[in-house]
Design a protein. Structure first.
Length: 450
């Protein structure tokens, strides 16, 4: 069984992992309140909880880390980071942050009024929580294809442009401080956004005088899909596609723990100098001086390299190919997966895999627990637990860390899920025992429904 991708790296350093006995896994899960966020990493055999900050750095990143400048202000590491972000995005004003949610908080705290409305193709959990915490109203506007897990449409991450126009007419442009476009669309199963859709959203934003912001955590993967699937982009370098994408926006927020190939870090890039100054002042208050933003110089240096490496076409082909291979094999095993696979994760349709568990008994969380018990694999629920009333589907995300796992690791995941499917009628539902609010999934405790 050969891999469906050509590997773009070889292993230089290894980390030992071990599989606990099933009785030990049962005990750990009970102690964790049936919430895998509460498990220690030593309890995990294959960790697909997130691709955020969990990747392996390259030899060039480690070399940059060792050569970093730790000056409090104006370090050469910041200059390298700043120049890299500017060259990729074309945006003049750059603020580093310790991760993406910090950039979200600073941006929204600087732009939102109570009662503001923030449209997005689909908000991710921390984006939604930041808007709500500051008195705003997040509104998801996915295209209809996004709600069909079997549709083979190429760009199911797109925003509903007609819905956006209706929202603006209903609330008025003055109540909308920004339109957000998340690329790729994580909550909608990591699906890409087409350049045509990004351009249409940009035109609507400009027509109404509303800034367009990108959530660019996985923009490089999105640009790879544009190159692969959208007419007119097949022969272009990924860097050129990225420049066109960023050129449609007024700014971006990024968790650089994804397509920055870093273990920590994020940034905000803006065109508006006045807004940059407001955000800079708030950043200094809560993150640190504007040339380090809560990061060590070594982190900035590693990101300066990683942001460029993530745009390499051979790396992206291997990255997307690995995800696609996992999704294709799971589908062949009869596991209901959201189709087609996105760029960073495969999403299993828990409601269809466990049809005997009603939505009120949290089938996604039940599947997460069953997968851990069966194979020591940690995944994450993206459904009623994470999204509450905003949930459109009951999914479980298998997020693949970058440059970490080989085919044998993913084959283990397939085997474990297949065994869960074979005994799916034995899996019981879950009820929420403790936890509330838009970020409850991080800290909640659950009880099995017996």
């Amino acid at each position: 069984m050969g891999p469906g991708w050509r590997r773009a790296y070889k292993t230089k350093v290894v980390e030992p992992i071990r599989l606990l006995e099933r009785a030990e896994r049962e005990q750990r899960l009970l102690q964790a309140g049936y919430n895998v966020f509460r498990l220690d990493s030593e309890d995990i055999y294959i960790d697909l909880l997130t691709d955020s900050g969990t990747g392996a750095m390259s030899q060039a990143q480690w070399a940059a880390l060792m050569d970093a400048d730790e000056a409090y202000a104006g370090s050469r590491s910041f200059r390298a980071f700043h120049e890299t972000v500017q060259s990729i995005t074309g945006m003049p004003h750059v603020l580093p942050t310790h991760q993406g949610r910090a950039a979200e908080h600073i941006y929204f705290a600087s732009t939102l009024d109570r009662g503001s409305v923030v449209p997005n193709n689909t908000h991710f959990d921390t984006t939604r929580a930041n808007v709500l915490a500051l008195g705003g109203r997040p509104v998801d506007l996915p295209v209809s294809e996004a709600l069909d897990p079997d549709s083979a449409a190429s760009f199911k991450g797109d925003m509903d442009v007609d819905g956006l126009e209706r929202l603006i007419r209903t609330h008025g442009a003055a109540r909308i401080p920004a339109i957000f476009l998340t690329v790729t669309n994580n909550t909608a199963a990591g699906q890409p956004v087409s350049m045509a859709n990004a351009r249409a959203v940009s035109e609507v934003a400009r027509a109404h005088g509303i800034p367009l912001m990108l959530d660019a955590a996985r923009y490089a993967e999105n640009c790879f899909f544009v190159r692969e699937r959208e007419e007119g982009y097949g022969g272009l370098p990924v860097t050129e596609i990225a420049r066109e994408l960023f050129g449609l926006a007024d700014g971006c927020l990024m968790s650089a723990k994804k397509d920055g190939l870093g273990n920590i870090g994020g940034f905000m890039a803006l065109r508006d100098g006045a807004l940059f100054q407001r955000c800079r002042d708030r950043l200094i208050l809560v993150e640190g001086f504007s040339t380090y933003g809560g990061l060590a110089g070594r982190d900035l240096a590693a990101l300066a390299v990683g942001l460029r490496e993530a745009l390499d076409a051979s790396y992206l082909a291997e990255r997307v190919g690995q995800v696609r291979w996992l999704g294709t094999r799971l589908k062949a095993e009869g596991i209901p997966v959201y189709w087609p696979p996105g760029g960073h994760a495969v999403y299993v349709d828990a409601a269809r895999l466990l049809p005997h568990i009603p939505v009120g008994q949290l089938p996604g969380q039940a599947l997460v627990c069953a997968l851990y018990l069966e194979g020591g694999v940690r995944a994450v629920e993206v459904g009623s637990v994470m999204l509450g009333e905003a949930a459109q589907m009951e999914l479980v995300r298998l997020a693949i860390p970058r440059r970490v796992y080989a085919q044998e690791h993913l084959a283990w995941v397939i085997d474990a899920l297949s065994r869960v499917r074979e005994r799916s009628d034995e899996v019981v539902g879950m009820r929420l025992a403790e936890g509330e609010g838009p970020l409850r999934h991080f800290v909640a405790r659950f009880d099995p429904v017996i």
